[in-house]
Design a protein around this ligand. Structure first.
Ligand code: SPM
Length: 290
């Protein structure tokens, strides 16, 4: 998708075949970076109202104004569900936002960070310093590699695995397949858990059903959590969670006040509330989650 396809009269519109007929638009003041990497088109805009915005293959990944809700929930919901997470793997999320949140956990001693596209990390370090601020933490080991291969090569290694993928079009496609979820399960230590980008039940119920069906078939404990993200088309996104032991519905341990005071979205209340789903979604996922 070319930029010229998505910019009209200074407005960027996200146009995607996965959610045909609906688009979110943001007024943009400047295109700060635009380049095709080996894997995808990377664009970085200065928007009028939402700070800087990272766009991959025409799809909004984050804006500075509301990125915190996604990054905090993707990190803290799985990490606080685990009683003692020491070894963590992140796949994707080259902007560094989820990593920034994981780094706030002092119990975590080792974070493998696997991103297929090094350019996303470089661009984020240059243009999104408040997100890409955690790569130099001594606990972090960055692997520029295909996440599917990395997971296969690391059985029985992690307490928590977080998959911060783009949508299942482009380089993220294989991260939405059954085989990948099986490999994620094998990469967990006993009692471990996974959290993967779970799409929107309004825009793609078929994907949510598929992902929760896979998660349910592999994990004795499974659930779908909802996050409000105003600048994702549809206004929200979900997390698919699969656990080999820990409950997911509430934190396994208290959220330290020092950490809580650094956050804007995640809290004990938001952890629990994220699993309250509209009735039609409960019905849709009956036998497939929760
Ligand atoms: N760390 C931020 C990376 C964001 N990864 C998820 C991006 C998903 C974008 N599409 C959302 C579509 C919602 N309908």
């Amino acid at each position: 998708m070319k930029n010229s396809d998505t910019i009209h009269n200074g407005w960027f519109s996200e146009v995607c075949s996965m959610w045909e007929g609906i688009a979110i638009s943001l007024k943009v003041d400047e295109l700060l970076y635009s380049k095709k990497s080996r894997f995808q088109q990377i664009d970085l805009y200065q928007t009028r109202s939402h700070g800087r915005m990272l766009v991959l293959d025409g799809i909004i990944q984050l804006t500075e104004r509301d990125e915190f809700s996604y990054q905090e929930m993707m990190a803290h919901l799985p990490l606080f569900s685990h009683p003692h997470p020491e070894n963590v793997l992140v796949i994707g999320g080259g902007d560094g936002g989820v990593l920034r949140e994981i780094n706030r956990h002092h119990d975590v001693c080792c974070i493998d960070f696997c991103e297929i596209d090094e350019e996303v990390i470089k661009v984020s370090k240059q243009f999104l310093p408040t997100l890409a601020c955690g790569f130099d933490d001594p606990r972090v080991c960055v692997h520029i590699q295909d996440g599917t291969a990395f997971v296969r090569e690391h059985p029985n290694c992690y307490d928590v695995i977080i998959v911060d993928s783009s949508d299942p079009v482009g380089p993220g496609e294989a991260l939405f397949e059954n085989q990948f979820y099986q490999d994620l399960k094998h990469a967990l230590k006993p009692g471990g858990l996974i959290a993967t980008q779970g799409e929107s039940f309004f825009l793609h119920p078929d994907w949510v059903e598929k992902l929760m069906g896979i998660t349910r078939s592999l994990f004795p404990i499974h659930a779908y959590a909802n996050i409000i993200v105003p600048t994702y088309t549809g206004g929200h996104i979900g997390i698919c969670l699969g656990s080999l032991g820990p409950r997911l519905a509430a934190p396994a341990r208290p959220v330290p006040q020092v950490l809580q005071s650094q956050l804007k979205y995640y809290s004990l209340g938001m952890h629990k509330a994220a699993f309250a789903l509209p009735y039609f979604v409960e019905k849709m996922l009956e036998g497939k989650g929760k």
